[in-house]
Every structure is written in C-alpha cells, then in structure tokens.
Design a protein. Structure first.
Length: 329
C-alpha cells in the first residue's frame, strides 16, 4: 500500500529497511499502519488503532522495550514539543541509535537543524520533496532530563501543571475562562461530572475543589499526565483516563459533562471529536443531566446540539466564544 501523506511519501521513496524501527508521533497513514515498524505516540486514538491491528504501540509514559534499531521522528507543529521528543529519545534509546527527522516545511522541519546543534548532535540532510524535508542524526546522551519540560502556573486560584503540546500550555485559555464564569450558577456542588478534553486539568481541578466526583478524559497522553499532576499539586482527587472522547468509559453516566472541545488536528479543522462529544452525550448523562461546553462562536455546534438534545441555550457570548448548555430530558 502506498503512502498517502507527504511526509510518508518522502520516507517511502527512500526504499530504506525500517523493520523494527520506531515511528515517533506519526500521522495517520496506511503505509505506516501495514508496515514493519512500531509506534511511539501520545495520541490514544492512534495507539488504540495500532493495538487493534496487533501492532506494537507505546506511550512515552510506558517506555519502549526492546530498543529499536532506529527511529523516525515526525516533527510536530509545536517546536517545543519536537524538542521534548528529541530529549526523550536521547534519554531512553541507546547512544548511537540512528534517528531520522521528517516534516513539512510549513510545519517547521528546517528548525531541527538548530535544535540538533543545540544538543550537540550532528545532522545531515537526506532528502527533500513534496515541500517536506528528511534529516538524519544519531542519538546520544545530552544531559537534559525531558521531565524539565513540565512547567507550572497559577490560574483561577489553581496551580496548573502543563507540558508542550497540551492545549492552553502555560496560560488560561479565554474560552475556558468564560466557561468557568458560568459554572457556579449551573452546577451544584458535588455530583458526578465528566471533563472531556481535560487539557492541563483546569476544569477537573475546579470541579474537584467544589466537591464533584470527577472523571477526566483526553485523547492526548500529555494532557492525561498534566491533569494527574495538576490534581496532585492541589491535593485533589479524580479519575483521569486516556480516551478518544467516550471510548474508555463504556456505559458510565454522569450528572454533567463539561468541555472545551478541540476543533483542530495539527493545522486542519476537524469537527469529528466535538461532534461525537455532543451527539453521544445523552448516552452518558443521567436523566436531567446537562452538557455545558464552550466553543468559538463561528463553529457549527447549534445544529449538533439540536440533533442530540432537541433544544439548548446560550449561557454566554462574548463574540469570540459561546457557552452552550443542553439538558437531557
């Protein structure tokens, strides 16, 4: 099967033997998914798909064994996240392991030259085509702990722990701020509440502080780990799970679901997760339970809310963001 994405097309034309290699943070591409390599990803949806196919798939919070003969890092949109992956690979794979780095020009792949030089790693260009670049180096110990990428900041009276690649990294998102302003009047203290797309854990921590029995889920393992650390930093309790929307929850139901759902996948707009969040919400709410979410005002969520609930209300609208509420009859 031929590669579909430009970065994988560039790799495919190398004709290299990637058997046993580690694909690090790759896009969805059938050429990879039927190939010989193993997966290292922080995306639960991608991990679950590979595991369902019987393929080796690892989260960076699990480690990788046995050590692969080489690795290919797909450079992410976030340069800071790309640097973290480099540090992780240097810390966890044997020195001398071949590493290739591939990415689109508009995604910043050319910046890997400076990133590698800063770590004292050599680099050579292997190929460029389809507005993508491919570079090669060898891993070595660089004396920097990847755990140093975790940062803390204060927002809404909560100490938040964040990581590159987590939504709202290092700051409180304005949409989330608007959502928090609406919650006290709409949510009674206590109850079972689900936070979908938990990010750095701001909503989960706020809810837990008010006595809610919180379950928080996110498709990103960095977000899951960030929320766990945020709850711990504030001496709060909650269940935090990697989940592609509701997939890890079975038939569990809640008194309320709160969310600031994503609508981007890298640079592309993707309404899929938010659509599932809304349309499947009634199946995960007790009778009388409510869905409260915030979204950019231009997003087409009113139609989805009407389909799922029959009616909804707008709690707040500052022209940039809207907070919606829908109740299960």
């Amino acid at each position: 099967m031929s590669a579909e994405t430009p970065v994988c097309q560039l790799l495919e034309r190398q004709g290299s033997d990637y058997r046993g290699w580690l694909w690090v943070a790759p896009p969805r591409d059938a050429w990879l998914e039927v190939g010989e390599g193993r997966l290292l990803s922080a995306d639960e949806a991608v991990l679950a798909d590979w595991r369902a196919r019987g393929r080796g798939a690892h989260s960076p919070f699990e480690g990788v064994a046995p050590a692969p003969p080489g690795a290919v890092l797909f450079w992410p949109k976030s340069h800071a996240l790309g640097e973290w992956w480099l540090l992780w690979l240097c810390a966890h794979l044997p020195p001398g392991t071949p590493l290739q780095l591939v990415g689109e020009n508009q995604g910043g792949i050319k910046r890997v030259l400076k990133a590698l030089a800063a770590l004292g790693l050599g680099c050579r260009k292997l190929d460029s085509a389809r507005r993508c670049g491919l570079y090669a180096t060898r891993l070595d110990r660089v004396g920097i702990d990847p755990d140093e990428a975790w940062t803390t900041f204060e927002a809404a009276g909560i100490r938040l722990v964040s990581h590159p690649g987590v939504f709202g990294h290092g700051k409180l998102d304005e949409g989330t701020r608007l959502l928090l302003e609406q919650l006290p009047a709409r949510l009674a203290e206590g109850g079972e509440v689900l936070d979908v797309g938990c990010g750095d854990g701001i909503l989960a921590a706020w809810l837990a502080r008010r006595g809610a029995r919180v379950t928080a889920v996110d498709v990103g393992h960095f977000a899951v780990e960030a929320t766990r650390r945020t709850l711990a930093a504030n001496d709060l309790e909650g269940e935090v799970l990697p989940s592609d929307v509701y997939t890890a929850l079975g038939e569990r139901r809640y008194d309320a679901i709160v969310s600031n759902p994503p609508f981007h996948q890298e640079r592309a707009i993707d309404y899929g997760p938010a659509g599932r969040l809304i349309l499947e919400a009634p199946d995960h709410l007790h009778p009388g339970g409510q869905l409260i979410l915030v979204a950019n005002a231009f997003l087409p969520y009113p139609d989805l809310l009407e389909r799922a609930f029959g009616a909804f209300e707008v709690l707040a609208d500052d022209r940039r963001f809207r907070v919606y509420r829908a109740v299960k009859g």
